[in-house]
Design a binder for this molecule. Structure first.
Ligand code: ATP
Ligand code: MG
Length: 300
């Protein structure tokens, strides 16, 4: 975990709804507990992060804000339109002019029709914060945790700088894409955190995603099994319970829990044997217990 949190850029992805934002928040807090200044950049839907972080407002779309009670953690929600305006401001150098251009409906429509440009704007903004965003001569953040889109969209997004690198004429766009590719493929600086559930569909998707990320040259930093049932119900415990009311109903429920828990473990073994990766797991917790659990620093 320490090695993972020493990197500059962590890309968190996985199937939709498996807990990517929750895990991204957990990683940000764990890095902050180790003294790192962290930016958590979420793509398009920061509600889970706003809720876990206790922010009263939605996440900002341009300048990151510090999280109350977590001075080392800043958050930002990345949207293609705002990211493109920021990018153009860097290129055109006059934010006012670029905003006029981008707020023009026809031009915005044209931009949205350029394949991959939206995706590049989003990835490029995350990359900018990891690579170029400085305060004085120091990087503003030690680590950027990028709460990326789910599987298919994430792969499409990651492919864009590689295409730009191949086809764009020499110039700023190609230079930026080349540097972004170099960061993403650099094991010393960047890694993927792949969040998965221990169930058949999530596991199949996770295996395919891991292979595809490998083909893109990205390093698998961590497979995070989320929502694992703690293994605290055993056959012995069940055998000790009577088959008569009132405890018979509880015994049936616990038997289901045990069955599900054993299925999860079998699923883990299955994926491990086919696609080994460094692993950790987070337990399945109630909404009230989840926040405090994530905020508890892991031993170094
Ligand atoms: N370990 C856990 N225990 C219990 N509930 C969890 C756990 N992890 C995530 N959840 C819950 O699962 C739901 C989905 O989590 P989250 O929003 O992090 O997923 P996501 O992968 O980011 O979703 P999306 O693909 O929509 O962005 C949330 O309600 C969250 O509180
Ligand atoms: Mg999310």
């Amino acid at each position: 975990m320490d090695e993972l949190l020493r990197k500059r850029f962590l890309l968190v992805t996985g199937k939709g709804g498996v807990g990517k934002s929750t895990v991204a928040w957990w990683l940000a807090l764990q890095a902050a507990a180790r003294g790192k200044r962290v930016l958590l950049a979420n793509v398009r839907d920061g509600r889970q992060i706003a809720s876990l972080s206790g922010l009263k407002e939605p996440l900002p779309r341009t300048a990151p804000v510090a999280v109350p009670g977590q001075p080392r953690v800043s958050v930002v929600e990345v949207h293609a339109h705002e990211a493109l305006v920021e990018y153009a401001s860097m290129v055109i150098k006059v934010p006012f002019v670029s905003r006029m251009v981008f707020d023009n409906k026809t031009f915005s429509g044209f931009l949205r029709s350029v394949p991959g440009l939206d995706a590049w704007a989003i990835l490029g903004k995350a990359y900018f914060h990891a690579h170029r965003d400085t305060s004085g001569s120091q990087p503003r953040y030690d680590l950027v945790v990028f709460d990326a889109p789910a599987t298919g969209h994430c792969l499409e997004m990651l492919a864009v700088p590689q295409v730009i690198e191949r086809v764009a004429p020499p110039g700023l766009l190609r230079r930026e894409a080349t540097e972004a590719c170099a960061l993403l493929r650099d094991e010393a600086r960047a890694a993927v955190v792949l969040v998965t559930l221990a169930e058949h569909f999530a596991q199949t998707e996770s295996e395919e995603l891991q292979a595809a990320l490998g083909r893109l040259g990205m390093h698998m930093g961590l497979r995070l099994w989320n929502q694992m049932l703690p293994p605290d119900v055993s056959e012995e415990m069940l055998a000790a319970l009577p088959d008569t009311p009132p405890l018979a109903a509880l015994k049936q429920r616990l038997a289901l829990y045990l069955k599900r828990s054993l299925q999860q473990r079998a699923c883990q073994e299955n994926l491990r044997s086919r696609a080994p990766a460094p692993e950790r797991e987070l337990p399945w917790l109630s909404a009230e217990a989840l926040g405090p659990f994530l905020a508890t620093p892991l031993p170094a």
